[in-house]
Design a protein around this ligand. Structure first.
Ligand SMILES: Cc1cc2nc3c(=O)[nH]c(=O)nc-3n(C[C@H](O)[C@H](O)[C@H](O)COP(=O)(O)OP(=O)(O)OC[C@H]3O[C@@H](n4cnc5c(N)ncnc54)[C@H](O)[C@@H]3O)c2cc1C
Length: 433
């Protein structure tokens, strides 16, 4: 039983279908047949980059996914060549590579995954089924209970051998666990109070020098950034971001001036004669929140928590979908080596998942803790060192392709941050200004 038909829930269902006779996904939403926005995923209006590692992970589970996304309107983008990155030190070097992402809207990414997963004979989706509680004992969940919104909210309870919470950032997991009589799960929260403002556009002429553009925040004194990327339907998604007093507003006439206030005017220039297709859509759901399931004993032995329900990241670092996909692959490996009925299965999976969260969490929180208004524990020594060194790598990357490739490889989660210490990268940083 999977609660939530978002990216994590669908990919988890894909994995479970190899091991269970029947996999039921419950979602409170009506899931559209086309690639349309839905209320259960409010973040769906904002730019959604599926990083290279995430793309590879989804393709492992759903071969041909990338090509299908492109057939349905997505744009394959070489991260090192087609993406213009404005760093605090100048433009990042550009050169051809095998590091690809696909420019597509979140609804399209989800629709392509959903169509493939729901085509599996063992997977069934129950739409408009709102989960309110788990029933059973603190050590074992027997059933999932809630309301069937198709039938005026009639109560339902469905028994399950294994339950997966994939209900996203807004999961009611802490309440469900308290009601079962389980101990509380400790959380770490780092919140930079970042706000997103997004609009879709049609551009009269596509930019000549790049296919997508990312303007990084300058740091504590200028925490404003932006992304412009092509999506399906000959449209472009533009997301502005800012923290504290530099947050973008919902006002339509403030959108372009904010884009002009960035360190480079290239996005504002591209929008100058563009046709806005939507109003400005905002999101403040950007805190990093990590639930330490791996440290909590006494949780149900058949309850797994995946995706944003387990760990959310500030979306500006575009890690969530990739971490969800990598987490689903890890579940596949766990199920291949150990029966899910074993008492320690959930605890082992949560330990494995937590180790996958370590690096994206380190990168996201290290950057966020540099902003002045961030709430969270003070940065540790290794985070201060990492931030300074990343600054040098970025500076070197404006002139040296090895440094830029190393940075983008780590950002895309295909390389471990330790690769930033490779001799050729170290050497390039020695001469960086
Ligand atoms: C503004 C913003 C921008 C983002 N940009 C990026 C990006 O560029 N790249 C990236 O990789 N990630 C991005 N993310 C993160 C990304 O959206 C998530 O990490 C990713 O979708 C995985 O989420 P999930 O599947 O766990 O949850 P979601 O995708 O949020 O899905 C949760 C599902 O659970 C359902 N649900 C919730 N509660 C219940 C209930 N009680 N009963 C039944 N169903 C329920 C919902 O209807 C929904 O379908 C962004 C997030 C935000 C907020």
């Amino acid at each position: 039983m999977v609660i939530g038909a978002g990216i994590a829930g669908l990919l988890t269902a894909r994995v479970l279908a190899d091991h269970f006779a029947q996999v039921i996904i419950l979602d409170r939403d009506h899931t559209p047949t086309a690639a349309l926005r839905r209320s259960g995923v409010p973040q769906g209006s904002h730019v959604h980059a599926l990083f290279a590692r995430g793309l590879r992970a989804v393709e492992t589970l759903l071969p041909g996914f990338g090509d299908e996304l492109c057939r349905r309107g997505g744009h394959r983008i070489d991260v090192c060549n087609d993406l213009a990155v404005a760093t605090p030190y100048g433009w990042g070097a550009r050169f051809p590579s095998d590091l690809h992402v696909i420019g597509a809207s979140r609804p399209l990414i989800e629709a392509v995954i959903r169509d493939r997963v729901l085509a599996l004979p063992r997977v069934h989706l129950k739409e408009r089924h709102q989960v309110d509680a788990l029933t059973g004992t603190p050590g074992h969940v027997d059933a999932v209970a809630g309301r069937d919104l198709n039938q005026g909210g009639r109560a339902f309870a469905i028994q399950a051998g294994l339950v997966v919470d994939a209900a996203g950032r807004g999961s009611r997991l802490p309440h469900w666990l308290t009601d079962l009589g389980c101990p509380p799960v400790a959380e770490t929260v780092v919140d930079a109070h970042l706000r997103y403002a997004t609009r879709l556009y049609r551009l009269p002429v596509p930019p000549r020098d790049w296919r997508a553009c990312y303007i990084m925040p300058l740091g504590p004194t200028h925490p404003r950034g932006a992304v412009l990327a092509p999506i399906e339907g000959n449209r472009w998604v533009v997301t502005l971001s800012g923290a504290g007093p530099d947050q973008p507003s919902t006002a339509e006439d403030a959108f372009l001036p904010f884009a002009r206030s960035l360190t480079t005017s290239c996005i504002a220039d591209a929008l100058e004669h563009a046709e806005p297709l939507t109003p400005v859509m905002c999101s403040n759901a950007t805190a990093n929140r990590r639930r330490h399931l791996e440290r909590t004993s006494g949780l149900p032995d058949n309850l797994l928590v995946v995706g944003d329900a387990a760990c959310t990241f500030n979306p500006i670092y575009a890690q969530g979908m990739t971490v969800a996909a990598v987490g689903a692959l890890a579940l596949s490996r766990c199920l291949a080596t150990r029966p899910h009925q074993s008492r320690s299965f959930a605890a082992r999976y949560h330990r494995r998942l937590s180790s996958l969260h370590d690096i994206p969490w380190l990168l996201a929180t290290t950057a966020d803790l540099s902003f002045t208004d961030t709430d969270g524990p003070p940065p540790a020594l290794h985070q201060r060192v990492l931030r300074r060194y990343l600054g040098r790598v970025l500076a070197a990357g404006t002139r040296n392709r090895h440094a830029q490739a190393a940075f983008l490889g780590v950002l895309n989660m295909v390389h471990h941050p330790a690769t930033l210490l490779a001799p050729h990268v170290l050497l390039s940083t020695a001469f960086a200004r």
